[in-house]
Design a protein around this ligand. Structure first.
Ligand code: G3I
Length: 375
């Protein structure tokens, strides 16, 4: 029975139109990104793959996927020592069927952990062994299938201080008060489990130059000096206010690249104020949103140190923003709820096309950075 269900699942993927041939899409982001040696991705929910337009849009438009929730602790280790990979495996199977890369998200986070873990009253020694077992088991399971991992997610606060978390000092894994030592430990275990996976630190509100991005920069510099295996930094890029768009993003990417790591834009969305039905309150906001997407896509596409551009979801039908803002904001992605491309989509496509024209030799430069950062 399980075998039959699995065969049907694969058949759904195989039946999808191949890249660029969908009736709905004359062009695609992934075709343009390919000309730049760039990954263009979206966070996905495997439970939606059975929706034809969802699956078709992902397969046609992106060359990378990242599970929005399916590889987090609650999904992968719902009970202590009991691992569940079914949902994450669906993402890998989908990606393999459509020649896409998979970004893994995430191995360690101070929030969004299962209750058995947060309410377990574990000692530092127990936590250390739980953390090691989780990282080694998950990364080993996806060895050779997940090309890059967010090893640690959102460890710093806005002032650049380490957040107080289960892993750091509440009670921590025995490295409380020793700064980024617990992060270094996580990176080492991940590297041990898959020496070929690219290992990232991922955070929000650290896109431009500020106290948080300074702290991340200092950590990467220190890790590189001490040969802690870090390959990249994820800049999430959740832009929740049209009037507060980060500046100096290009400078931040450039300084990270100069340390020998690559940058991925990992979770971009641009939230708009919406009415009760989820439509933008001001139509002009769609153009402002498109301009911001275009600018960020340009600065990623034009810098060889930025090797992936990803959005957090892709259709406004499914996005974390309305739930998080209690319906006040939404409409943050490249496709509307009916999977029609928005002005923001066309702006990203145009940005990729223009960058490819302007930088005809960028592919080898990008490849060189990718090779260098994983040495
Ligand atoms: O799957 C359960 C469902 O069974 C249950 O009925 C329902 C009731 O609340 O919850 C469902 O799980 C929710 C899950 O999303 C799937 O929808 C969790 O409660 C909810 O906490 C979870 O939220 C996710 C959040 O991270 C926390 O993990 C969001 O979807 C996801 O978009 C968000 O993503 C984060 C990135 O990982 C890190 N950066 C910020 C970004 C946005 O917050």
């Amino acid at each position: 029975m399980r075998f039959i269900i699995r065969l049907n699942f694969v058949a759904i993927f195989i039946a999808l139109p191949i890249v660029g041939q969908s009736a709905g899409f004359a062009q695609s982001l992934r075709q343009e990104a390919q000309k730049l040696g760039l990954q263009v991705g979206a966070a996905v929910d495997p439970a939606r793959f059975s929706e034809p337009l969802y699956a078709e849009t992902v397969a046609n438009q992106f060359n990378m996927v990242e599970p929005e929730n399916a590889m987090k602790w609650p999904a992968t280790e719902p009970a202590r020592g009991q691992f569940s990979f079914a949902a994450g495996d669906q993402v890998v199977e989908f990606a393999e069927a459509h020649q896409m890369k998979v970004r893994g998200h995430n191995l360690l986070w101070g929030i969004s952990n299962p209750a058995w873990l947060t309410e377990g009253h574990f000692t530092p020694d127990q936590l250390r062994s739980i953390m090691k077992n989780h990282i080694i088991t998950v990364v080993s399971h996806y060895r050779g299938k997940v090309f890059a991992w967010d090893v640690v997610n959102e460890a710093f606060d806005r002032d650049g201080r380490l957040k107080h978390t289960l892993w750091y000092d509440r009670p921590g894994i025995g490295l409380a008060g020793r700064g980024t030592a617990y992060l270094a430990q996580a990176f080492r275990w991940a590297h041990q489990a898959d020496p070929n996976a690219l290992l990232f630190y991922n955070d929000y509100a650290a896109e431009g130059l500020n106290a948080k991005s300074d702290a991340i920069y200092a950590m990467v510099k220190d890790f590189k000096r001490r040969h802690v295996p870090i390959d990249g930094v994820g800049l999430q890029m959740h832009l929740m206010d049209l009037n507060q768009i980060p500046t100096s993003v290009a400078a931040n990417i450039a300084r990270l690249a100069a340390l020998g790591v690559q940058v991925h834009i990992t979770e971009m969305d641009v939230a708009l104020p919406v009415d009760a039905s989820g439509k933008p309150l001001h139509r002009a906001d769609l153009s402002r949103q498109a301009k911001i997407y275009g600018e960020m896509a340009t600065l990623c596409a034009e810098q060889p140190g930025c090797t992936a551009f990803q959005t957090w979801g892709f259709t406004d039908k499914y996005s974390w923003i309305p739930h998080y803002t209690r319906g006040k904001k939404g409409d943050g992605l490249l496709f509307d709820s009916n999977y029609h491309p928005k002005p923001a989509y066309r702006a990203v496509l145009k940005a990729f096309k223009q960058a490819a024209k302007k930088h005809p030799t960028i592919i080898p430069q990008r490849l060189q950075i990718e090779r260098h950062s994983s040495l």
